[in-house]
Design a protein around this ligand. Structure first.
Ligand SMILES: *[C@@H]1O[C@H](CO)[C@@H](O)[C@H](O)[C@H]1NC(C)=O
Ligand SMILES: *[C@@H]1O[C@H](CO)[C@@H](O)[C@H](O)[C@H]1NC(C)=O
Ligand SMILES: *[C@@H]1O[C@H](CO)[C@@H](O)[C@H](O)[C@H]1NC(C)=O
Ligand SMILES: *[C@@H]1O[C@H](CO)[C@@H](O)[C@H](O)[C@H]1NC(C)=O
Length: 426
């Protein structure tokens, strides 16, 4: 029951976006004849797909314009979409092999298409190839690098009836034109591809920053409820930031993926005494990945084991309940006051900077009686010692400041203190 209503909600949001897009296309056509508009900040809606716990945005693309729903992948290199499915656009271009655009996308090999005798989007000879990755199934696919028009709404700091009515146009937005097989997997019906937000020259935020000349930065507020969340791309005026933010250095991996460095973890304000000899393989907490395509936070087996053992000791008076996969540690929660659930803190390089997970926020309520710790044992073969899941990014303002290599988060999580987390879409 709950599932079908949430799916319906999601479909309604997509429908609304489609309706919106038809009203925009007029202003877009009108605007294209005047001087190009240079925005400071762009805004995109973010909807939650409750079935898969993924977050999707809608981009307005092509000529004639249509709304394209795409799942956000914080660590994705590029924006890719399914081109097999009737990609119709008079402004589609595929740069030729060894051109400047191909070099910028790191696409050094030439694309050949034998599958169809007539060229079509995604299928030309002598264009260039990029690898597109589905972050959920981890499948890769050779795709044609392509360019097309993208139109995104301007944000001038006002919402509601005072919201900016301008739209910014990138006539040559670069993306990967992938085969439909890459979309297979647990993606919401209607989703056409993945919007990569990684720190690469061709990701959505970095490409728009260089197109419009703003600082490479973006901010997210993911909404856990039926209201839409928000992504801002471009200059983020300080007055839009929540009053209290913490910042920690942001590291960028070889694939443009983001990580932060955790130094220690406390439960109930007591430092968890990890056996550091177990860390030789994982280099401590190493680089902790932040993800929008993994929902619950995943820990390498030995870290998970020590953390949960300590947690159990802190909650020794609360009876354990059988595990509810994927969660390994569950309790009969009736026996404890919500305020007595211990807080968990993640400490960064600077010990004064911590990511506080409130007790009630650290538990997933399976039933009214049983709740489980929201951490999942990832086994020994993990990409990173800790992957912070998107649940920890919900209802809070997070800021990826690529220009200053720092990650910022609103200190509290009591939703909607930050400007962005308010419902800007009504
Ligand atoms: C690409 O070239 C091959 C021959 O090398 C040809 O068979 C194929 O039809 C061409 N594809 C397109 C889309 O032009
Ligand atoms: C629009 O701006 C005016 C003047 O600043 C303000 O009084 C009004 O409340 C705003 N409306 C909305 C919907 O924010
Ligand atoms: C944003 O744009 C709208 C419509 O163009 C305007 O009414 C509003 O005052 C602007 N807000 C700011 C802060 O400039
Ligand atoms: C830490 O782990 C190593 C390897 O499993 C073990 O030999 C050692 O006794 C442990 N030390 C403590 C203090 O538990």
């Amino acid at each position: 029951m709950a599932y079908s209503t949430t799916i319906i909600n999601f479909m309604i949001t997509i429908l609304i976006s489609l309706i919106l897009s038809s009203t925009i296309s007029e202003s877009y056509v009108h605007r294209s004849s005047s001087a190009p508009f240079k925005p400071n900040t762009l805004i995109l809606p973010v909807m939650k797909d409750f079935k898969n716990n993924l977050f999707a945005t809608t981009l307005h693309k092509r000529t004639p314009q249509i709304a394209v729903p795409l799942v956000l992948d914080l660590n994705g290199r590029i924006l890719w979409l399914n081109c097999d499915d009737n990609y119709l656009s008079s402004t589609y271009r595929a740069p030729i092999c060894h051109s400047v655009q191909c070099a910028r996308a790191g696409a050094h090999s030439c694309h050949k298409c034998g599958s169809s005798p007539t060229p079509r989007p995604g299928c030309h000879n002598n264009t260039c190839s990029v690898i597109a990755t589905n972050p959920i199934t981890l499948k890769n696919s050779v795709s044609e690098l392509a360019l097309d028009v993208v139109t995104i709404r301007d944000f001038n700091g006002s919402s509601g009836s005072n919201a900016s009515r301008r739209w910014a146009t990138d006539p040559h937005f670069m993306f990967a034109c992938a085969p439909s097989s890459l979309l297979q997997g647990p993606l919401q019906h209607g989703v056409r591809g993945i919007a990569g937000l990684g720190n690469t020259p061709v990701s959505l935020p970095v490409q728009l920053a260089s197109r419009f000349g703003f600082r490479p930065e973006f901010a997210l507020c993911l909404s856990p409820w039926g209201i839409e969340g928000t992504m801002l791309i471009g200059n983020i005026p300080p007055r839009m930031l929540p009053k209290i933010m913490f910042y920690t250095p942001l590291t960028v991996g070889a694939q443009g993926d983001y990580s932060i460095r955790i130094r220690s973890i406390s439960i109930n304000n007591k430092n968890v005494p990890f056996n550091t000899s177990l860390f030789s393989k994982t280099k401590g907490f190493g680089d902790t990945i932040i993800s929008t395509t993994v929902y619950q936070t995943v820990m390498e087996h030995s870290i998970y084991k020590e953390l949960t053992q300590f947690y159990v000791r802190e909650l020794s008076r609360v009876p354990r309940a059988p595990a509810v996969p994927p969660y390994g540690l569950c309790f009969f929660i009736r026996a404890i006051w919500p305020t007595a659930i211990p807080d968990i803190n993640l400490y960064f390089q600077n010990r004064n900077v911590r990511w506080r997970i409130r007790g009630y926020d650290s538990l997933f309520y399976v039933t009214r009686e049983v709740a489980c710790l929201r951490f999942v044992d990832g086994g020994t073969n993990v990409r990173a010692p800790i992957t912070i899941g998107s649940h920890m990014l919900e209802s809070t303002f997070v800021h990826f400041d690529l220009a200053r290599s720092r990650f910022g988060k609103e200190s509290s999580r009591e939703a909607s203190k930050g400007f962005l987390c308010r419902d800007l879409w009504t």
